[in-house]
Design a protein around this ligand. Structure first.
Ligand SMILES: NC(=O)c1ccc[n+]([C@@H]2O[C@H](COP(=O)([O-])OP(=O)(O)OC[C@H]3O[C@@H](n4cnc5c(N)ncnc54)[C@H](O)[C@@H]3O)[C@@H](O)[C@H]2O)c1
Ligand SMILES: N[C@@H](CCO)C(=O)O
Ligand code: NA
Length: 815
């Protein structure tokens, strides 16, 4: 025997009622004679409340009553044959007349007692059940309408009546045994006291009705038909990646939905829980979907948690003072007081020093809680054994739930890591020793970010989403977007990583989208954006969007973004940069950035600062972290100059080769930065600092390869003109090298803390002789790589390899 309960939306429209009939047909064809429990049509209970409360305040209800009638009559007209309509209209009309009389009474007396209110509300379920039973009878002649107020006995606590379980079960069993051949359609939510006066069962009342019937009749299962796909891993309005859970234990269901349950209200399920009757939550609007089964014996799962629940607005009250230290009975007094005042305490924490107690309540209860506490503990306050109650508002609770966390170390670590890494401050923590639930209190402002970060952290089989804010849409920036676009589905499938570009800015415009800017149309969108670029605002927006796994990417060659790095780190946002200015300005600044990133637990990646995408920074870091010591670095680290020397052959002009290097995207936006040695100097400086030397720019000796006239040029155009005029100078240089069977090489060296860059002519015995294209080469001589150095070599400039390096840094964020 099964119980099928249909909620408001499942009986709310002609279409959903047709689905309901199909679901029922499936059961009947399997030989079932289910008990069907029904809610009021969606929106009807609220309408009844509004009418009743309105009437108590002298407000007319005729129009609302007409609306109520119409909603039911429209269904009757659509789903009952003409000859069956009149009897249904007559019966419904009697209900509406009774309701009207009642409301008229309320209007006249201007008074709405809880008892009358229950009577008014009962019409929602009574009308829907009558109507649906009549419709069902056309298909199933054994349909039989049952008013649950004849069977469920309660006390007289109107609005939230307590069920007399023993008597009720007797009545239900007796009734059912006489109607075994019937399909019973039962009104949810309503009951009656011993005097036969109507009562209601409170929140989740129809689910409760289903559980009461299920328990009384020892049902094999209780199906709860609603409008969502079962219970989910988190609130789907805040966590887009939330997914439906196939199975939960009763305890998990309780814990998960304790905080702001939407799907079911588990306390109502206790009768089913006690008898170990499985509860199946199904979606009327997607009946094939399996939904969630809540049962006693779930299949083992290897996930440490089942889901994350949350309450989006709570307050906490903090009590401190010597008066409670070592004093038994203090918390007893406190919490009995709150219970007496019907103030629901959502969460409690107390430190083992017993000096303070913190507890969470609904915002509406906050002030009253303070008042009653300060009254109750007036003497302690006067004697200064207790401080005044401190209230904090605008907080939220996030809780991870699952029976698997019991005896599993590392679960709380994961939770706090996800929160900490995203800069979410934890105000209070609670974990019961049953280990089913770890709850933390955070700022309400951080809730969505926290939920997503924690969800990503625990459900790693799902995609992890990185939110990137990118500065610079030039050579590198554009290429990065192209690569991300081309590679996004692979990344998602194979690495479980999704990159959303949440912000883009260049020197002219900026734009934002927390759902991710389209990488097909970003150029048009940026062009059309009404936001004028403003770095300060860009950073402020990035912070206020408060997205999880957030990364700031600097693809500019400007010092301006660098001024914001520290602030960005302090906001727990990682920084990736191909811009060398940040790391190569003062050592103090370099150190500040590294310290700030470390202190805030975020990443600072800049692989492309040296040798573009070649693994140079990473290699050096690994050497250092594993306890090696760098004795010497020798390197060619200008892709531009490499390219120039490798192509400056025969009768090629130096000027033309430089132009070509720029066109190929090897040079800095201003090629003088390459040819003056400045770009190389920055790289040597960054390597030296990463190798542990607190060096400054002035400590790097640079032998310039440019004649003074080129260095003096004001603009890039002037520079090219000067270069052209100096063609003979470079041709001579080349001839001299060639005459000796040598090539020109611009080589940097870091030797025991001394750095220099020199122009050399090397013969084929030199390891750097055979370099080609835009290749960089770097050799690390270290304590461990002493005899033969560790060498990294390959193309060290160009948009593709640089963007690829930024891309790789991005994928490693948070790894
Ligand atoms: N080309 C390479 O091989 C290579 C290799 C490694 C590193 N890099 C570095 O990549 C960076 C970018 O080089 P590029 O060739 O793409 O330069 P680019 O001139 O083509 O593009 C720079 C972009 O930055 C934007 N920009 C500049 N100042 C800005 C500001 N204050 N706010 C917002 N946006 C700003 C510009 O609008 C432009 O879109 C440089 O720092 C360079 O050193 C380049
Ligand atoms: N302009 C740089 C780009 C790589 O940092 C070079 O030529 O090496
Ligand atoms: Na590199």
């Amino acid at each position: 025997m099964k119980i099928l309960k249909f909620g408001g939306t499942s009986v709310g429209s002609v279409q959903s009622i047709q689905t309901l009939l199909n679901i029922l047909r499936g059961e009947v064809e399997n030989g079932e004679k289910p008990v069907v429990v029904l809610s009021a049509m969606s929106g009807v209970t609220n309408l009844l409340v509004a009418m009743a409360e309105g009437a108590a305040n002298g407000i007319e209800f005729t129009a609302q009553l007409a609306e109520l009638e119409k909603r039911h009559f429209d269904v009757v007209k659509s789903l009952l044959t003409v000859q069956n309509q009149n009897p249904a209209f007559t019966r419904l009309k009697i209900f509406f007349n009774n309701l009207e009389d009642l409301l008229q009474g309320v209007l006249t007396l201007r008074e709405l007692t809880p008892k009358t209110r229950d009577q008014v509300l009962s019409f929602g379920e009574r009308c829907s059940t009558l109507m649906i039973c009549k419709i069902a009878a056309q298909h199933f002649p054994e349909a039989h309408c049952v008013d649950a107020s004849d069977l469920i006995r309660t006390d007289s606590s109107f609005g939230q009546a307590k069920v007399n379980s023993e008597l009720t079960e007797q009545l239900i069993r007796g009734f059912h045994s006489e109607h075994r051949d019937k399909i019973l359609f039962v009104t949810g939510f309503i009951a009656a006291n011993d005097a036969g006066q109507l009562t209601t069962l409170g929140r989740g009342g129809s689910d409760y009705t289903a559980a009461i019937f299920g328990s009384a009749l020892n049902a094999q299962e209780i199906q709860i038909w609603t409008d969502v796909n079962g219970m989910m891993t988190a609130d789907p309005r805040m966590v887009k990646k939330a997914f439906s859970l196939p199975e939960l234990t009763y305890t998990e269901a309780m814990e998960l939905s304790y905080f702001g349950a939407k799907v079911i209200y588990p306390p109502t399920m206790i009768p089913a829980f006690l008898k170990k009757i499985p509860i199946v939550i199904k979606n009327t609007f997607e009946p094939e979907f399996e939904g969630t089964v809540i049962r006693h014996d779930c299949k083992p799962s290897n996930l440490p948690i089942k889901g994350i629940s949350s309450i989006n607005n709570i307050s906490i009250l903090n009590l401190e003072g010597s008066g409670m230290v070592g004093k038994s009975g203090f918390s007893g007094r406190l919490f009995s007081l709150l219970a007496r005042e019907q103030i629901n305490v959502i969460l409690i924490t107390q430190s083992s020093s017993e000096h303070s107690i913190t507890f969470a309540v609904q915002p509406d209860d906050t002030e009253r809680a303070r008042e009653v506490i300060e009254q109750e503990f007036e003497l302690e306050l006067l004697a200064k054994k207790l401080e005044h109650v401190v209230i904090e508002k605008n907080l939220a609770i996030i809780a991870i739930v699952g029976e698997n966390m019991k005896q599993t170390p590392g679960v709380s670590g994961k939770l706090f890591h996800a929160l900490g890494r995203n800069g979410i401050n934890v105000r209070a923590i609670a974990q019961g020793s049953s280990e089913y639930n770890i709850s933390v209190i955070i700022s309400a402002h951080d809730l969505a970010k926290a939920l997503n970060a924690v969800h990503d952290g625990f459900f790693t089989q799902l995609t992890k989403t990185l939110h990137a804010f990118c500065l610079g849409t030039g050579n590198i920036g554009q290429t990065l977007f192209k690569q991300l676009n081309a590679h996004s589905s692979y990344l998602q499938e194979h690495n479980g990583i999704q990159v959303k570009i949440a912000g883009i800015a260049n020197t002219r415009k900026m734009m934002f989208n927390s759902d991710g800017i389209s990488l097909d149309s970003w150029q048009d969108e940026l062009q059309a954006s009404h936001h004028t670029a403003d770095l300060q605002e860009f950073v402020a927006r990035m912070k206020s969007m408060n997205l999880p796994n957030c990364v700031f990417i600097d693809n500019t060659a400007s010092p301006k973004p660098v001024a914001f790095y520290e602030e960005v780190f302090k906001s727990n946002i990682s920084v990736i940069t191909c811009n060398k200015i940040g790391n190569s300005a003062s050592y103090q600044q370099y150190k500040t950035f590294h310290d700030a990133a470390q202190q805030h637990g975020v990443d600072f990646f800049y692989e492309t600062n040296v040798g573009a995408g070649l693994p140079i920074i990473r290699t050096l870091k690994d050497l250092m972290n594993s306890g090696d010591r760098v004795a010497k670095i020798e390197a060619i680290l200008s892709g531009t100059i490499s390219f120039i020397f490798n192509n400056f052959k025969g009768d090629a002009s130096f000027h033309d080769v430089v132009k070509e290097a720029q066109e190929k995207g090897y040079t800095e936006p201003d090629p003088r930065d390459d040819l003056s040695g400045k770009d190389f100097m920055r790289k040597i400086l960054i390597l030296a600092r990463d190798a542990g030397y607190a060096m400054e720019e002035a400590d790097v000796k640079i032998e310039s390869m440019l004649p003074q006239s080129c260095l003096d040029a004001q603009t890039v155009d002037d520079f090219y003109a000067a270069l052209k005029a100096e063609d003979a100078f470079f041709s001579n240089l080349k001839a001299k090298a060639e005459a000796g069977g040598k090539v020109l090489r611009y080589i940097g060296k870091l030797d025991n803390g001394k750095a220099e860059i020199t122009l050399q002519m090397v013969d084929e015995s030199h390891p750097f002789f055979t370099l080609s294209g835009s290749d960089n080469i770097i050799s690390f001589t270290t304590d461990r790589y002493k005899e033969r150095p560790l060498v990294v070599k390959g193309p060290g400039a160009g948009a593709e390899v640089t963007a690829a390096g930024v891309f790789a840094d991005l994928i490693n964020v948070g790894a």
